[in-house]
Each structure stands twice: as C-alpha cells, then as structure tokens.
Design a protein around this ligand. Sequence first.
Ligand SMILES: [Zn+2]
Length: 269
Amino acid sequence: MKALCFDIGGTNLKYGIVENYKVLYFKKERTDKYNLEEQINRIINSFEHDAISIGFAGVVKENKILFAPNLKTYQERELKINTDKRIVIDNDANLFTLGEYANLKNYENVIGITLGTGVGGGIVIGGKLYKGKGGAGEIGHITVVQDGALCNCGKLGCIEAYIGESYFPRYFENVFGKKLSANEIYNLALRNDSRAVEFWKWFSEKLSILINNLVCIFDPEVIVIGGGVSNAFDVFKNFLNVKGNVVVKKSELGEYASLIGGYFALMNI
Ligand SMILES: [Zn+2]
C-alpha cells in the first residue's frame, strides 16, 4: 500500500508518500490557515496513492475536528477532502505516538509528547491508542499552575501556556530584548549563554512536572519527545528531574513520526 500521509500543524504542513513504513517522498510547506482544504486537495491531486492519513493539530473524533485552538476555522466540522480513497484523520500527536510505538517495537506502553507551537500528547496502552471519549491525550492542557498564564484554549495555567513555543516570548523577550525561536535559544545555550541556559532550566522544570504526572497515571516504559522544540533535547534533558523508572528519549523518526503513525493507523485500523 502506498499512502499519502499528512501532518498538519498550526505553522507547518508536512506530507509524504509512505510505503512499508518507509518515507519515499517528503515535503514541508507553510500551513495555509485560511485555505487549508484547497491546499490538501491540491496535494492529493498531485500524487498517486492508495489511502490517506491526516494528523491534525486538534481533537479529532471519527474524522471530525472537534477542537483546534491553533486552527480555529476548522473546528466543529469535517474537513472537505475530495477523495474516494480510504482516509484516516486523527490528532497529530496521537499519530506521532503511534509512529514512535511502531518504530520502538519492544514496548507496550508508550507516551508521546510533542513540543512545538503548542504541546500535544498521545497515549499507547497495551499496544493500543487510548482516546477516552475522543479527546484523551490532550496533555498540553493539563493545569500546572492554578489560575496561571492564559492558554490559547481559554483556560488558565495549562502546561502549554508555559512550554509551548508560541508562548516563549512572554518569558524571555525582556531577557533577550527580542523574539527568539527555540532553535536560536538552543544555539545560544550551546555557546554557554547563561540567559539561554537559565531558560532551558526553567523549561525543563515545567516539562518535568508534566512528565512526572504522566508517569504517575500511566507508568509507561518509554516517554518519547518530539516536535520542533525537541531539537533542543540534548540541552534540556540534562535539567529534567524525572521520578520513577521510565526512559525519556528523543524521537528517532523526527518529522516523519506522524506520517509513519498515519501509515500504521491505515494498516491496523
Ligand atoms: Zn490550554
């Protein structure tokens, strides 16, 4: 089976052709937030394929987008996709976790954390994706500070409102005097810039709260960290304070993870 697999986030739209769990072709574009369906349909018409998977940055139930704080135009409806092929649509972090689960092979319980514009998560228990009533795994919106910082979802004190990249400027614009991306702060930390190192210490403290909470609930063998901000993993992992017997590792599949997870979902669901 040749699958056309998408990974649609608030900033980037990635897609590729996947066959036998190998990515044969890969491309990244800016997400066209206002003409997203046209963008998807254009790509669908350009490639030969047998099935389609879409990882979408939002809560997805039975192919319907229920909630998408970073792509609000598409909330509470189905995406208008012109295809007669089989299609699976799921939360992007769920597909990320399925992809990592398929890649790791020897573990039954795997939690995925995606650190990007926002913070996403996926839960694989006993080799199966756990979705609750549909929205389980939205770990970015776990409260870590009562009545804390305002999150895009409307709540106060979500972990995403601290460690989501789109919220970084709140914390360091005063320190650095300008907006910096996660990658720029990472590069500064590699050069031992003390402000950047302090930032990643602070970041790891917050991320540790999330990880420790997840370990208490799910006791997984592995927690896999992906998303654009995970490029800084080799810096911030040194400051993590994780309790319990769990391996915390960086995604090996990187930008391919959600595409491989989509392929896994097409093959197994
Ligand atoms: Zn939130």
